[in-house]
Structures are given as structure tokens and as C-alpha cells.
Design a protein around this ligand. Structure first.
Ligand code: TRP
Length: 335
């Protein structure tokens, strides 16, 4: 049996990188697998959050995921903090994982920056909570981008260590699951930097709330080089901006880079950019519209998340009961 689990941070203003890198893949996986998708608000507070903003971002991310095509009846969609087993299991994993393992995590080093002494303990323990997310459901497959592969490996190490400690093949060792080629979307201003919500330039990213005009302007202003597009993928070598735009096109149109170059090879960006903008608008406009419909009805979003949380809880609670018994904890949890 396969069970998919994945999480997304409740950061306001999702961008094209979030959509093409994660959400589009989540939508496809629903056809073939049991899917549990989680808005990770517990992870969000590993760095300072404004409470009002956090609530809003949680709804916003849920709205985007729903608008993109996650079906809340067949898949489970909820926010992490509503299911107490995540935090409960994370504590147990804090007592399985070793300092040495966490010290190797590159995301902590990046996020903590120079002032490591001031980082929260939660930021340091972020990966053990992520392991708990996945293993509280005994998920077998996890769609993750490159930047989360290390955390998934740690999850496997924790599962293995737990199994060895308690002498049972209790947890499956979850594997990465990517359908097709995962798209790493880069900044529109710099083909070597990841598209990111923290880039100071608005022109570096297309967000899920951009309207058609904004999308057109941003793509037209995107950094490129003076050469026409090559006819084959090899010709994109050493041209990070051109490569980025072509792979965005391919991901949006759900075709290959070679297909795109077969059509546009030899053309300049004066032709390619408007074509790309058209594809982006055609794909994103209905999602943005639907997202706005959801955002006008926050009670509906809350009801969907609550229903998802109840179904998630129904899976995690008995698994947590088994974990408690294996660990030797007396009595039942009230959570
Ligand atoms: N850490 C992931 C990210 O930043 C989000 C996440 C939290 C996640 N828990 C997860 C992803 C469990 C996959 C599985 O993108």
C-alpha cells in the first residue's frame, strides 16, 4: 500500500515556484494514491510569526491548494496544529535523533544564519517534527523538492533507529515521490537563484494572486540574454535565464523542454516571452479566481480543514497508541 504525505508552509503569497514545484504534483498524485496534505503551522512558528498573519496565511495556502485542484473529499487537507499527534511524536523523535544528525542539516545552517545562538530550539528540531508528520501516518511516499531531501533522509534514519530500538519493523522507510520531472523554478531576475518570497524584488517572482497584466509585465521584464532560443536542450547550457523560462513553459504546458524548443528554437525572446505569458495566464487565472472565491468564504476553508483534521486524527491516533505501548508509556494519551 502507498500512502502519500506532504506538507507546505503557511507563508502568505504563494508563487509559481510553490505551484510548479509542489502543488501541481500534489494534484496529480491524488488520482492514484491516498494523499494526506498538511499546512504546517507548527513548523511556521520555528521563526517569529505575527499571530493574525499566521491565521490568514494558513487559510490562504489552504485556498490556493484547493483552488489548484486538491479534492478535500478524496484527499485529506488540514493544518498541522489541529492534530496533537504531530507534536507528541516529535518529542519522542527528539529522544531518538542525535545531535550529530541534526548538526548536519543544511537548512538549519541557512535559516539560523550567523546568529545561531539566537535561533529557536524549534528551528533546530524542525526536522524531527517533519519526521513525525510523515511517520504519524506511516506514510510510505513523500513528494518533496530537492531542498527537503536531506530532511527525508533524516526521517528514514529516525524510522530505522526507532525500529531498531524497539525491535520491530514498525515504521516504513518513506521514499521520495516525484511525478515526472520536479521543476525547480528560478528567479526571473537571476537564473541562478531560486524563486523566493523573500527576494526583495517583486519582479523576481510570479505570485498566485498576480493578475494577467502583472504576469505579462513580469515575464516581459524577466532577465534574458541576447541570443535566440536553441533548438535542443544542450543549447541551454550556460544560459540559466533562458533555461528557466523554457522549463517554466514546459512545466505549465505539461510538456518537455525539447517540445518547447522544437516549437520556439531559433526564435528570440520578443516572441517567446509573450507566448510564455499567455500559457502562464491561461493556467493561473482560473486558479487565482477560484482562490479568491474561497478567500471570500473563510468559514468554508475552516470547515474543510477541520474535517481534514478529524480524518487525519482518526489515522494518527491509533498509530500513536501503538507507539506509546512500544515506548512503555503508561495509560492512553488524552489527545
Ligand atoms: N519542510 C517542508 C518545506 O519547507 C514542509 C514540510 C513539513 C513537509 N512537514 C513535511 C514536507 C512533511 C513533506 C513532508 O517545504
Amino acid at each position: 500500500m502507498r500512502r502519500i504525505f506532504s506538507g507546505i508552509q503557511p507563508t502568505g503569497n504563494l508563487h509559481l515556484g510553490n505551484y510548479l514545484g509542489a502543488i501541481q504534483n500534489w494534484v496529480k498524485l491524488q488520482d492514484d494514491f491516498e494523499c494526506i496534505y498538511c499546512v504546517v503551522d507548527l513548523h511556521a512558528i520555528t521563526v517569529p510569526q505575527d499571530p493574525v498573519e499566521l491565521t490568514k496565511s494558513t487559510r490562504e495556502v489552504a485556498a490556493s491548494v484547493l483552488a489548484a485542484g486538491i479534492n478535500p473529499e478524496t484527499s485529506i487537507l488540514f493544518n498541522q496544529s489541529q492534530v496533537p499527534q504531530h507534536a507528541e511524536l516529535a518529542w519522542i523523535f527528539n529522544c531518538v535523533a542525535r545531535l550529530g544528525w541534526l548538526n548536519r542539516m543544511t537548512q538549519f545552517k541557512e535559516k539560523a544564519g550567523k546568529n545561531r545562538e539566537n535561533a529557536t530550539v524549534g528551528l533546530y528540531a524542525y526536522p524531527t517534527l517533519m519526521a513525525a508528520d510523515i511517520l504519524a501516518y506511516k506514510a510510505t511516499h513523500v513528494p518533496v523538492g530537492d531542498d527537503q531531501k536531506q530532511h527525508l533522509e533524516l526521517t528514514r534514519d529516525i524510522a530505522q533507529a526507532f525500529n531498531a530500538m524497539y525491535g520491530e519493523e514498525f515504521f516504513p522507510l518513506p521514499e521520495p515521490q516525484i511525478l515526472g520531472k520536479a521543476t525547480r523554478v528560478m528567479s526571473l531576475r537571476d537564473g541562478n537563484a531560486k524563486m523566493s518570497k523573500s527576494d526583495p524584488s517583486e519582479y523576481s517572482r510570479i505570485t498566485m494572486t498576480d493578475d494577467a497584466d502583472a504576469i505579462m509585465t513580469k515575464i516581459k521584464k524577466a532577465k534574458t540574454d541576447p541570443e535566440p532560443l536553441p533548438s535542443e536542450a544542450d543549447g541551454l547550457e550556460g544560459r540559466p535565464e533562458a533555461r528557466n523560462l523554457v522549463s517554466i513553459y514546459a512545466a505549465l504546458a505539461e510538456c518537455s523542454v525539447d517540445d518547447v524548443l522544437a516549437e520556439y528554437g531559433g526564435q528570440g525572446f520578443g516572441v517567446f516571452k509573450p507566448a510564455l505569458a499567455e500559457v502562464a495566464i491561461a493556467k493561473l487565472a482560473p486558479i487565482t479566481d477560484q482562490m479568491n472565491v474561497y478567500m471570500q468564504d473563510p468559514q468554508q476553508i475552516d470547515a474543510i480543514l477541520k474535517d481534514g483534521a478529524e480524518r487525519a486524527h482518526a489515522i494518527a491516533q491509533p498509530i500513536m497508541g501503538d507507539i506509546r505501548r512500544l515506548t512503555g508509556f503508561l495509560g492512553a494519551s488524552l489527545g
